[in-house]
Design a protein around this ligand. Sequence first.
Ligand code: BTN
Length: 258
Amino acid sequence: MPESRLSAPDIAVALDALAPRFDVDVLTECDSTNARLLTRAEAGAPSGTVIAAARQTAGRGRMGREWYADDSASLTFSLLWRLPPGTALGGLSLAVGVAVAEALRDLGVAQVALKWPNDILRDGRKLGGILIELVSGSANAAVIGIGVNVRLPSGLPEEVRRNAAALECDVDRNALLARLLVSLHGVLQDFASGGFAGIRQRWLALNAHAGATVRIISAFVPPVEGRCLGVDNDGALLVETATGVQRIISGDVSLRAT
Ligand code: BTN
């Protein structure tokens, strides 16, 4: 596939029958697509609004970290999704991980897996990340931010580069973004009707650490070490430790295979 610039009309063509479900805005540069979309969401933007940016100057990562990307290195976008009132949001970020990983696999990207809660791995290294932020003042509205490394950004700090992966191929970004949106559309519909429970088996099939010994590190509680049993219906990680099965809920924790 030839390298391409992001273009809203080309994304609409690639979305085909689902084009009316999305309203895609492409920016040359912004601080953070999540930050921009949160502002629009608070002003009433409809579900399906998407902001994609060729360059972010202050990309946000999980746990207050920065998301590194430079020109053409990353596909960075955010999607606003308004879930039906009363939808339990537990496991939403894991469901989004399933949508991204399945879309990449369908596009022929090999060795894609998920690291709890929602890192996208390729050959055990981080290929992409997901940051979900809830819209204040609107029940069940989420801004779903996704970054996928197309190439490894040149300014990537060495310690991040060591554990990072990229698609490293000529990719049609418009087709890639459209494919991710189509996959997200399907998974978010499944999530709205059956919660994470209906998607859990698909997450388990993508779990990079199934049966492996893992160590959960958190700033707030002592580390937990044990065998990764998978996740429950709420998306909590289940770890078999010497003192029994511990349930780790999503939060500021990181998971390391030992
Ligand atoms: C992580 O730390 O793994 C999450 C990274 C999420 C990065 C994406 S890029 C598009 C969107 N806008 C942001 O500022 N962050 C997310």
